[in-house]
Design a protein around this ligand. Structure first.
Ligand code: KG4
Ligand code: ZN
Length: 343
C-alpha cells in the first residue's frame, strides 16, 4: 500500500511516499528554523505563512523523488495521510487542506494521523519488528511524554511535563548562553568537548510521579550563569556538557524506572531531542545493562517529518481499514493520545 503523507504541525513542511508503513520512497522536509531563529522560538503566524509558501514545492518534490507525477498519481498512490493534531492551528490547516484537495481531485481515501503517534512509531521505519507492549518516550520542542503503548492505538500516558518541554529547555538554555536557535543541537555539539561533571545541576526526578519538570533546572542554570558568566570556550563547553548530562540522566531515570515498574522490556524513543548524542548513548548503555531493548529513530526521522505520518497511516489501515471517526478529519491543535479513538 502506497501512502502519500503530509506533515505541517509546527515548523517543518514535509511530504513523503511510504510503502507498507516502513519502506520510505521519498521524504522532503523543509525547515523554517531560520525564520524563527531571531525570535528564539516558533512564531505561529509566521509558521502558517511559510507552510503556505512551501507546501506545493514540498509536495511536488516528494512525488517526483519517488517517480510519481500528477498524471500517474491515481495509479501509484492508494491513500493520503495528514497530521490532524496536535500542533499549531494555522499550520495544521495548511497540511490538512492540501491533503483534502488531493483526495478530492484524485478520489483517494484520507487517513488522519495523530502527530504524537508519528513520533512513537518513527522508529518502526528502520525496525519493522518492534513488538508491543513497549514504553515510549516522546521528547521534542513541544512534548515530553512517557507513554505505555499496550498495542497500536492503545495508549496510557504515564507522565507529561508540568512546564517546559525538554527541547524547549535546551532552547532556553542556549538562549541564556547567547547561542542561536534551535539550541538543542548546538548544546549537544559543544557538550561533546566539555566535562559533564564540571557543574552539578539539579536532576529533576520528581520521585513518586511519572511527570517531568524542567523549570527548576532552568532556574539553576540561570543562577549559575549570573554568578559565573561564561569566560572561555572551554567553560562554555563544560556548561553545555553539565546541562546535557543532567537532562539525559533525568530522562533515563524516569524511563528505566517506568519500564521496571510496568515490566516492559522495550523502550522506544522519538522526537527531535532523541537525536541527542548523549541521550542515545546513555539509553543504549543502561538498556544493555538491564536487558531492555532500546529503539530509536534514524536521525532524519527524529525531527518532524511526513514519513512517520505515512508509517502510522499504514498501521492504522491494517488495524481498522479506512474507517475513521469523521471528527478526526478536523484539525485539532490540542489532540492528545488518550482522546484519540480507533473505531
Ligand atoms: O520534534 P521536533 O523537530 O519538533 C517538535 O515537534 O517540537 O523537535 C525540535 C526540538 C527543538 O527544541 C530542538 O532544540 C531539539 O528538538 N533538538 C535537540 C537536538 N536536536 C534537536 N535537543 C537536544 N539535542 C539535540 N541533538
Ligand atoms: Zn513533533
Amino acid at each position: 500500500m502506497n501512502v502519500f503523507a503530509i506533515e505541517t504541525s509546527c515548523d517543518e513542511t514535509s511530504a513523503s511516499v511510504v510503502t507498507n508503513g516502513v519502506k520510505v520512497r521519498s521524504t522532503v522536509i523543509s525547515s523554517q528554523a531560520r525564520i524563527h531563529a531571531k525570535f528564539f522560538g516558533v512564531v505561529p503566524e509566521l509558521a502558517s505563512r511559510a507552510h503556505v509558501e512551501n507546501i506545493n514545492l514540498v509536495i511536488s518534490q516528494a512525488l517526483s523523488n519517488s517517480g510519481i507525477t500528477f498524471d500517474n498519481f491515481s495509479k501509484k498512490v492508494d491513500a493520503i495521510a495528514f497530521t490532524t493534531g496536535p500542533g499549531l492551528a494555522g499550520a495544521l490547516l495548511v497540511g490538512s487542506i492540501a491533503a483534502k484537495s488531493l483526495a478530492v481531485i484524485y478520489k483517494k481515501p484520507l487517513i488522519p494521523v495523530n502527530h504524537l503517534e508519528g513520533h512513537i512509531y518513527s522508529s518502526f521505519i528502520k525496525n519493522e519488528l518492534i513488538r508491543h507492549p513497549f514504553l515510549s518516550l516522546i521528547v521534542s520542542g513541544g512534548h515530553t511524554e512517557l507513554v505505555l503503548v499496550k498495542d497500536f492505538g492503545k495508549y496510557k500516558v504515564l507522565g507529561v511535563t508540568r512546564d517546559d518541554a525538554v527541547g524547549e529547555a535546551f532552547d532556553k538554555a542556549a538562549k541564556m548562553l547567547g547561542l542561536s536557535y534551535p539550541g538543542g543541537p548546538i548544546i549537544d555539539k559543544k557538550a561533546e568537548k566539555g566535562d559533564p561533571e564540571a557543574i552539578r545541576f539539579t536532576r529533576p526526578y520528581l520521585k513518586g510521579s511519572w511527570d517531568f519538570s524542567f523549570s527548576g533546572i532552568k532556574t539553576a542554570f540561570l543562577n549559575y550563569l549570573k554568578l559565573n558568566p561564561v569566560k572561555s570556550e572551554n567553560h562554555l563547553n563544560d556548561v553545555c556538557a553539565s546541562f546535557r548530562q543532567a537532562i539525559s540522566e533525568t530522562l533515563c531515570f524516569k524511563s528505566f524506572s517506568a519500564a521496571k515498574e510496568f515490566n516492559l522490556k522495550r523502550i522506544v524513543l522519538g522526537g527531535g531531542v532523541s537525536s541527542n548524542y548523549l541521550i542515545r548513548k546513555m539509553f543504549l548503555k543502561i538498556g544493555s545493562e538491564n536487558k531492555i531493548k532500546i529503539f530509536m529513530p534514524s536521525l532524519v526521522y527524529c525531527t518532524d517529518n511526513a514519513a512517520m505520518i505515512g508509517c502510522v497511516a499504514y498501521l492504522k489501515y491494517v488495524k481498522c481499514g479506512l474507517k475513521y471517526n469523521d471528527a478526526q478529519l478536523k484539525s485539532n491543535p490540542s489532540l492528545n493520545l488518550e482522546n484519540w479513538r480507533y473505531n
